[in-house]
Design a protein around this ligand. Structure first.
Ligand code: DGL
Length: 266
């Protein structure tokens, strides 16, 4: 497999959420050519079994390797908790970046000592998340809030309707009542709701997500292996296991217009 510096980087999520990470990667590393798989045919990952998600991770990783990707970014917290260990074992030499809710920076940032976490049920119930709390959150109170239904609405491009506003408020209100001054967006779909969230919460509350940190980590890994691209990138290419037409329609809202959307049938 060719793994020179001009090879693309593979990025995936259960759907459009990983586009929030793709945006950070593109901003920090504009020379990188990007491939993106949205596994919309199997969304939401947050309500699936870890074994199912682990298998999806392997299928998508294999696809990216066939495409000659020089590195892989799991732009999904839920897929990371379920699949990253297995992928690291299978491909020990392949630069791989996963992501997890930003508990460490949130614990460092909080003044009130109360941190809220918005994430999927799958992430919050995982042993990996429990280990993260044991490691970094022993001195703070952490209020976790699963958010069923949010991802499905964001997938339709709905970022502002009364329906999503009401659902988001249902999940955020308990965090405010518990006096959280720092809220972790522990699912890559949620950064797209930042403008709506900002309307609902006091400006003193800090919102933390990990998209930019993931981009930095990718940059570090590529740099260590002398794999940073210095050429002009090829335009990003997209695949979805859902309806390519739907994905093509939502791309200009969450990323930018692209005609390169194909069906991912694996
Ligand atoms: N975007 C994914 C994450 O970061 C999960 C969305 C889903 O439930 O499919 O956790």
């Amino acid at each position: 497999m060719a793994r020179d510096s001009d090879a693309p980087v593979g990025v995936f999520d259960s759907g459009v959420g990983g586009l929030s990470v793709l945006g950070e990667i593109h901003q920090l590393l504009p020379n990188e050519s990007l491939l993106y798989v949205a596994d919309c045919g199997h969304i939401p990952y947050g309500e699936k079994t870890p074994e199912f998600i682990r298998q999806r991770c392997v299928t998508i990783a294999e696809f990216f390797r066939e495409q000659g990707a020089k590195a892989l970014v799991i732009a999904c917290n839920t897929a990371t908790v379920a699949g990253v260990a297995d992928l690291r074992e299978r491909y020990p030499d392949w630069p791989l970046v996963g992501m997890e809710p930003a508990v460490k920076p949130a614990a460092a940032a909080t003044q009130s000592g109360v941190v809220g976490v918005l994430a999927t049920t799958g992430t919050l119930q995982s042993a990996k998340f429990a280990a993260l709390l044991d490691r970094f959150a022993t001195d703070v109170q952490v209020i976790t809030q699963p958010c069923p239904g949010l991802v499905e609405l964001i997938e339709t491009g709905d970022l502002v309707s009364p329906v999503i506003r009401q659902l988001l408020w249902r999940y955020v209100e308990p965090l405010l009542e518990a006096r959280c001054d720092t809220i972790i967006l522990g699912c890559t779909h949620y950064p797209f709701l930042k403008p709506l969230l900002r309307e609902m919460i006091p400006s003193s509350i800090t919102l933390i997500d990990t998209g930019a940190a993931v981009a930095r980590q990718l940059g570090r890994l590529l740099n260590q292996r002398d794999l940073l691209s210095t050429s002009r990138p090829v335009e990003a290419q997209f695949w979805t296991s859902g309806n390519p037409e739907n994905f093509r329609n939502i791309l200009p809202v969450l990323w930018k217009k692209s005609d390169s959307v194909r069906f991912f049938g694996s």
